[in-house]
Design a protein around this ligand. Structure first.
Ligand code: HEM
Length: 140
């Protein structure tokens, strides 16, 4: 992840704080419409799942220049993912739906540069989670 990407993502942190729940509430219907297989994965999800996802996206944006602050959150998320059998091939689904939702909610503030930066930042975080989940699956 480049420094420029980190700076662009971090600059959106206040917007994500304000609009995070609107973004994730917009994301789930897109996710389930485009990837019907996702419905099964979320069938036992808590009612406030969109709030948890919004909080984690904000924490990521705010701490992207000091990722060590996210260690505990990574553990919690990876554990929840292994419990619900999330696999690497599911990550592009959320990437697509999340970026579409960011575009929709942030509208003209979601410039192509901002969307590209979020795409790169998502891939970085997705890889961290996928690696951790791989270890947890192996040990389970
Ligand atoms: C970078 C990408 C992702 C982030 C930041 C993220 C974040 C989170 C967070 C914060 C939680 C709640 C953990 C807790 O219990 O406190 C969670 C749980 C969960 N995530 Fe993800 N997630 C990502 C990718 C995915 C993908 C790709 C899928 C599947 C398509 C997915 C499906 C789920 C499910 C089913 C749960 C459990 C919900 C529940 O039991 O209430 N996540 N995730």
């Amino acid at each position: 992840m480049t420094e420029e990407t980190k700076a662009l993502v971090k600059a959106t942190a206040p917007l994500i704080k304000q609009q995070g729940e609107a973004i994730t509430q917009t994301m789930y219907p897109i996710l389930f419409e485009r990837y019907p297989g996702a419905k099964e994965l979320f069938k036992n999800a808590s009612d406030n799942q969109h709030k948890k996802l919004a909080a984690s996206i904000y924490a990521y944006a705010a701490n992207i220049d000091r990722l060590e602050a996210l260690g505990k959150a990574i553990e919690t998320i990876a554990a929840a993912h292994v419990k619900t059998k999330i696999k690497p091939e599911h990550y592009p689904w959320v990437r697509d739906a999340l970026l579409s939702a960011i575009k929709k909610v942030l509208d003209d503030k979601a410039t192509p540069e901002v969307i590209d930066a979020w795409g790169e930042a998502y891939d970085f975080l997705a890889n961290v989670l996928i690696q951790r989940e791989k270890e947890l699956y192996k040990n389970s």
